[in-house]
Design a protein around this ligand. Structure first.
Ligand SMILES: [Fe+2]
Ligand SMILES: [Fe+2]
Length: 268
């Protein structure tokens, strides 16, 4: 059983590259379940649309997780109500549509739980993520509620992400950080069997500032004339992890970084 997780898809170049390359990656690497973070997949680089989500599902994506940008394309408020395969962080505050956790069938008909959480530090206000995670772990278990559990932890800072990894160690198959758009070089299996990486990186053009047009971003930092951020649309690198899972324990046997195409050096 192999899971592929790809980090935040950014703009047209990220979306089109995932759509084009995913079917062959799935078959070449014998992937059974695909989860992607789609919070920046719209042309504008913020939010995603119904069409984009459906095209990603058609290309082989099983579940789309999101984060702070989930509501940036207004149509998603309606779409997420009925689309079980699209998640938003569980600990978001307020009367919001959609959900942050569900269980899905893999290609081999195994049950995969996917939980989407968002951090508290330097992020939009949301419920205490450690309290939410602790309560989740006390109620839900591998082999009782699902065979495998993927946790997408959408957060800004590395310490919070590593702490969430430790909290879920032995309770999740994979804890993967998203949101910073920069892949970290620390993919490993934690002591109690959870595959972990601090950030999966993005699927987008790395000749940019976290996927956005570099000159425009620089102009903003330099306080020169600039427009709203917009995606950089050079060739995208797809970035994430592949996790080999143990069917008996539901935990990770191995985790490897996956980088494909574009200006980043490939690891696949
Ligand atoms: Fe993002
Ligand atoms: Fe984000």
């Amino acid at each position: 059983m192999k899971i592929l997780f790809l980090g935040d898809i950014v703009g047209d170049t990220g979306f089109k590259s995932v759509k084009k390359s995913l079917p062959k990656i799935i078959s070449k690497k014998e992937i059974d379940f695909v989860c992607v973070n789609g919070e920046n997949a719209a042309t504008e680089g913020v939010g995603l649309t119904e069409n984009i989500a459906n095209e990603l599902f058609n290309a082989g994506v099983d579940v789309i997780t999101t984060g702070n940008h989930v509501w940036d394309q207004k149509e998603i408020y309606e779409f997420i109500k009925d689309e079980n395969k699209l998640l938003r962080p569980l600990n978001m505050i307020g009367d919001l549509p959609g959900k942050g956790f569900s269980v899905y069938n893999s290609k081999k008909n195994l049950k995969v739980g996917v939980l989407n959480l968002m951090g508290n530090v330097f992020m939009k206000k949301c419920d205490d993520v450690f309290k939410t995670a602790y309560e989740f772990i006390s109620k839900k278990k591998i082999s009782k509620d699902y065979d495998f559990l993927i946790v997408d932890f959408h957060g800004e800072i590395t310490s919070e992400k590593m702490a969430i990894g430790k909290l879920f160690d032995g309770h999740a198959t994979l804890v993967v950080g998203t949101h910073t758009h920069v892949p970290t070089n620390d993919a490993r299996v934690l002591n109690n069997g959870t595959g972990y990486i601090t950030d999966a990186g993005m699927c987008g053009d790395y000749d940019s500032v976290i996927g956005m047009n570099a000159q425009n971003s620089l102009n903003k930092f330099l306080k020169k004339e600039s427009s709203k951020h917009f995606p950089s649309n050079g060739e995208a690198s797809l970035s994430g992890v592949v996790v080999e899972c143990d069917i008996v324990s539901g935990l990770a046997k191995n985790i490897e970084s996956f980088i494909y195409g574009g200006s980043l050096k490939s690891i696949n």
